[in-house]
Design a protein around this ligand. Structure first.
Ligand SMILES: [Zn+2]
Ligand SMILES: [Zn+2]
Length: 372
């Protein structure tokens, strides 16, 4: 089969910036050195670009997991153009297709099943899906956002002026234009590009399938460090409407922290999360499946499988009971149906079911660890 045409503009941009970052930057570091102000500025711009993509392009516009004030949307729109990752409209359109048709080699724009190179960068180097490059039917909602459309219309001007303007201005102010162009301009851009691209490549190859095996997405704490929290990609693919990717307090998800912090400042609103019981059930179903597979060759398989199923059913039962009363309790509290909710019969029932669930979780954990 004939390969699609090469997109020379993309190839040149990726190749030239990469060569400058790999050769000219180290050469300048050795022969001239960079000072701490330059390094700090490059790090700040790296964070600004990265989080405009994760909090803005990804969690706000592609998935609508929360709402943001126009001032924040302008900041994201500029940061996204600075990150040189195409317009919000185009990026979100690609990304929604990626979720809807994940791993489908013919439709998913960066299908991980086509290999590391393709999903990382190869998909942007040739006209693989030229027929839909200007089809924005799946982002009609975003077309109502004036900031999105303004950025889309002036994307080229914005991306060129930010990528040259910021390094030039900073270099002029700081007194070393060449160092600034190399560090704040090129190295920042290349690192920002490839760490983001890892989410499409590595985060679909390397890590744990904690919640689902229906697609290639993986949870990977190390990748989360490089991608402002987007490494928890298995969770993200199953609960894509959740503004969080790392849901535990100890998981590194600065994008979530940013969105939440902005909420306290009144800049973000309507933060969406997935129901806790659904998340726990998805995780348990995966543990059940893996344990069943592990047990199938065991000499005592039949007996152990039966016990496993029994523990699982008991746990699901208690989860259902607990979350049902929790929900009822919240409704009662909200509507103040009972004058003193804290002392009510419902509250003591809730406490009891909570205790029972904790015990059942312990028993399940104990049994699963014994099997391991
Ligand atoms: Zn996504
Ligand atoms: Zn993905």
């Amino acid at each position: 089969m004939k390969k699609p045409k090469i997109i020379w503009l993309n190839v040149s941009v990726f190749l030239l910036t990469f060569l400058f970052a790999a050769i000219a930057v180290p050469y300048r570091a050795i022969t001239h050195g960079f000072d701490s102000t330059e390094i700090l500025m490059a790090v700040a711009c790296f964070i600004y670009c990265g989080m405009s993509i994760t909090a803005g392009y990804h969690r706000l516009w592609s998935h609508k997991t929360y709402q943001a004030h126009w001032s924040l949307r302008i900041i994201y729109a500029l940061g996204g153009a600075f990150a040189l990752q195409n317009s919000i409209l185009h990026w979100s359109s690609d990304h929604r297709i990626h979720h809807k048709h994940v791993d489908n080699n013919d439709v998913d724009p960066y299908s991980a099943k086509r290999g590391f190179w393709y999903s990382h960068i190869g998909w942007m180097l040739r006209e693989y899906q030229v027929h839909r490059y200007t089809n924005y039917d799946n982002v009609r909602d975003l077309q109502k956002d004036a900031i999105v459309m303004w950025q889309h219309k002036h994307y080229l001007l914005l991306t060129v002026s930010l990528n040259f303007g910021i390094p030039l201005l900073f270099g002029w102010w700081h007194g070393d234009i060449i160092s600034s162009l190399l560090l704040v301009g090129v190295l920042r851009l290349v690192l920002s590009h490839h760490t983001t691209f890892f989410i499409n490549s590595l985060a679909h190859i390397w890590g744990k399938q904690t919640y689902t095996e229906k697609n290639t997405a993986r949870d990977n704490g190390f990748l989360a460090l490089l991608t402002f929290g987007e490494g928890y990609h298995n969770f993200h693919h199953i609960f894509e409407n959740d503004y969080r990717n790392g849901i535990r307090w100890w998981q590194f998800d600065p994008t979530k922290w940013l969105i939440k912090s902005c909420h306290y400042l009144g800049l973000t609103d309507k933060l969406r999360t997935s129901p806790e019981d659904k998340i726990e059930k998805a995780r348990l179903a995966m543990i059940l499946k893996r344990s069943q597979q592990k047990l199938s060759n065991h000499p005592n398989a039949e007996q152990l499988l039966e016990r496993l199923q029994h523990e699982y059913d008991a746990l699901i039962h208690k989860i259902n009971d607990y979350y049902a009363i929790k929900k009822a309790l919240l409704t009662t509290k909200r509507d103040q149906l009972i004058a003193d909710v804290e002392k009510s019969e419902m509250m003591s029932q809730y406490q009891e079911l909570k205790q029972r669930l904790t015990e059942q979780r312990r028993s399940w954990q104990f049994f699963i660890e014994k099997l391991a």
